[in-house]
Design a protein around this ligand. Structure first.
Ligand SMILES: Cc1cc2nc3c(=O)[nH]c(=O)nc-3n(C[C@H](O)[C@H](O)[C@H](O)COP(=O)(O)OP(=O)(O)OC[C@H]3O[C@@H](n4cnc5c(N)ncnc54)[C@H](O)[C@@H]3O)c2cc1C
Length: 458
């Protein structure tokens, strides 16, 4: 807006604005990939990844429409005629780089949206995501610098160079520098033992007693044997930090290649830990609500164990005396971890544990069924939980979290009082929290579009 360049049609101006906003989003996306500890600690991993996933769509739309809005001498671009006009009067290199980066962006967003339903392995998908993102950033940068009207200004060019530099730095940091640092900071398997059907407790120690400084409820990325960037998988920390020990433990369910390898580990094996990430758990340490309801599905009980361990470690009487209800659901009885082996449950004054199994054995004495709306309502009212004021924490499979969040919304629980940690990274199904995220992203995108229009008209 500050530059006084010769006038041109408003559609050309709007097109440039959309392209600049779109490319800015792309470069900022590198920092919203969930690998910046500070961001994930302040905002939570779900928030960061939802912004990452939703605004990628905004960038795609802005960048896809922009070439079609330019005008050619005497005709709109979509009526392209003679071959020399097919690159919008750009140099061949500018035209090709624009098309290549747009094509890469379409592939990247398409692969991300369809990842779960496609056959592609997580590792192959993640590699393709990084490679495509690098292509979009570097080739898109060339296109911006060469074709962009405003990028001809020295300081605008410097701005794009800085943004690209920062984006590339985030990749170099995650995939080169961090693995090198980790290589000097290997952890060692202290013990690995089966604690229920398919679930293993992995205890690691740092030989230098140099323990990671984490809060209960956070998670870390684990690598086996080598610190090279992949494969690495995220797991909630089940222990709580202690001054006297560098042990850190995880509860890991054997579901695939990586987790199966973990179950085969022996004491002394080398492992690499990158963390802590996320902020699930902070709610448990606040006294704003006088009732805390923890709802865990399967191995989703891991962060809850960590939180209870930390409350007990701190011996904070207001938290120890708080009414805590832990609802712990499993498919079969054998999958349930014996919580008494993990936490001294008796040290809590008002802690109640409800175990729920959907396919019980004949000798099962506890509750049977799934955690649907009726079951949840029954449990909350039986334990005098006020859903409008209690703090809820949910962790486990995405389907369970979606269903519990929907039920709690129906009971009038404010969304701000529901914290959840999904054990998967895909943008989940429709539930009240996701709806709110989508509406926020649409409003955010509308604000960006308005900014583009405002800049065009002034
Ligand atoms: C924040 C968070 C905390 C988690 N905490 C725990 C925990 O405490 N205990 C536990 O047992 N599980 C936890 N998980 C789930 C765990 O990360 C996956 O079960 C595990 O990575 C599966 O890997 P696999 O190769 O064995 O299985 P696969 O069959 O290869 O993968 C199964 C699915 O797991 C996901 N996945 C696989 N690899 C990765 C990866 N590198 N990064 C992210 N997702 C991946 C993908 O959605 C994939 O489709 C957590 C996940 C997240 C996101």
């Amino acid at each position: 807006m500050g530059l006084s360049l010769p006038n041109r049609p408003w559609t050309d101006e709007l097109s440039s604005s959309l392209a600049m906003i779109g490319f800015n989003i792309i470069l900022i996306e590198f920092w919203l990939s969930g690998r910046v500890k500070l961001l994930s600690k302040i905002l939570g991993i779900d928030w960061v990844l939802q912004v990452h996933q939703l605004f990628a769509r905004t960038a795609l739309v802005f960048l896809l429409v922009h070439p079609f809005m330019y005008t050619l001498p005497s005709q709109p671009v979509w009526m392209m005629g003679a071959s020399h006009q097919n690159f919008l009067g750009l140099t061949l290199a500018s035209g090709l780089t624009g098309m290549l980066s747009l094509f890469a962006l379409i592939c990247l967003v398409g692969l991300a949206i369809t990842r779960k339903s496609s056959e592609i392995s997580y590792e192959a998908w993640r590699l393709s995501h990084v490679v495509l993102a690098l292509i979009i950033a570097t080739v898109g940068f060339f296109h911006t610098i060469d074709a962009g009207r405003y990028a001809q200004e020295l300081w605008v060019k410097a701005y794009w160079q800085l943004m690209l530099g920062l984006a590339l730095l985030s990749v170099v940091w995650t995939y080169v520098v961090k693995p090198l640092i980790q290589n000097k900071n290997a952890y060692e398997v202290m013990s690995i033992k089966q604690v229920s059907m398919g679930i293993w407790e992995l205890v690691l120690k740092h030989p230098a007693a140099n323990q990671m400084n984490y809060q209960a409820g956070q998670f870390a990325w684990l690598k086996i044997g080598s610190s090279s960037p992949m494969p690495e998988n995220p797991f909630s920390i089940a222990s709580c930090a202690s001054k006297n020990s560098s042990d850190i433990s995880f509860l890991i369910k054997d579901v695939g290649d990586f987790t199966h390898q973990i179950s085969q580990l022996q004491a002394g094996h080398k492992m690499f830990v990158d963390g802590p990430y996320g902020n699930f758990g902070v709610e448990a340490f606040s006294n704003d609500q006088d009732q805390l309801v923890m709802i865990a599905g399967g191995v989703g009980v891991a962060p809850m164990i960590s939180i209870l361990r930390q409350i007990e470690r701190d011996q904070d009487t207001s938290l120890m005396n708080k009414k805590i209800l832990l609802i712990y659901g499993n498919r079969v009885t054998e999958q349930a971890i014996n919580l008494k082996d993990m936490v001294r449950l008796e040290s809590f004054k008002h802690l109640e544990v409800i175990q729920l199994v959907s396919e019980p054995t004949s000798d099962w004495q506890g509750l049977t069924g799934v955690l649907d709306t009726t079951m949840l309502e029954r449990m909350l009212s039986a334990h005098q939980i006020n859903s409008k004021t209690a703090q809820f924490m949910i962790c486990g499979p995405a389907e369970m979290i979606d269903s519990v969040e929907t039920s709690l919304d129906q009971f009038g629980a404010p969304l701000a009082n529901i914290a959840s940690e999904k054990f998967q990274y895909d943008f989940g199904k429709k539930n009240p929290k996701n709806r709110r995220s989508v509406i926020s992203a649409i409003l955010g995108s509308a604000a960006l579009l308005s900014a583009a229009i405002y800049a065009t008209l002034h």
